[in-house]
Ligand binder design. Structure first.
Ligand code: 5GP
Ligand code: ZN
Length: 120
């Protein structure tokens, strides 16, 4: 794990955050700068820098993350109205923290534009 990785530090409790879920593989916490009433970040404890670095051996971990997202959507009562799950990968996506994370956003109608400047 890179010593300067913010999300490794949060997962290891070396840095403050509002953790809402944790198990041996996955940690979820509130985004420090929420873009919606519910804005959680769900991360693997394993340091994976981007979506491109996901390996076949991570398949179980990735599946588990999605189960945790479903559980959190129910816990935060956004499962009925719906929500959005986002992974940014690399420069064009605007990825800022290079530790794989899944944004879980909900609690209000979200913009229908998936990307600014939509259109090929
Ligand atoms: P990205 O653009 O990399 O997909 O998103 C990174 C997210 O992490 C942003 O939404 C940002 O607000 C959040 N974030 C960055 N630093 C921290 C932090 O120290 N604590 C928490 N809880 N969230 C953070
Ligand atoms: Zn990390």
């Amino acid at each position: 794990m890179p010593s300067d990785c913010v999300f490794c530090k949060i997962a290891n409790k070396e840095m403050e955050s509002e953790i809402v879920y944790e198990d041996s593989d996955v940690v979820a916490f509130k985004d420090i700068s929420p873009a919606a009433p519910v804005h959680l970040l769900v991360v693997p404890r394993k340091h994976i820098s981007t979506h491109q670095e996901v390996l076949e051996e991570d398949a179980y971990l990735l599946g588990k993350i999605h189960m945790v997202i479903n559980e959190l959507a129910r816990a935060f009562q956004i499962e009925e109205d719906g929500y959005r799950v986002i992974v940014n990968c690399g420069k064009h996506s605007g990825q800022v923290v290079y530790h794989l994370h899944f944004h879980l956003l909900g609690g209000k109608p979200l913009t229908d534009s998936l990307a600014e400047g939509r259109g090929a």
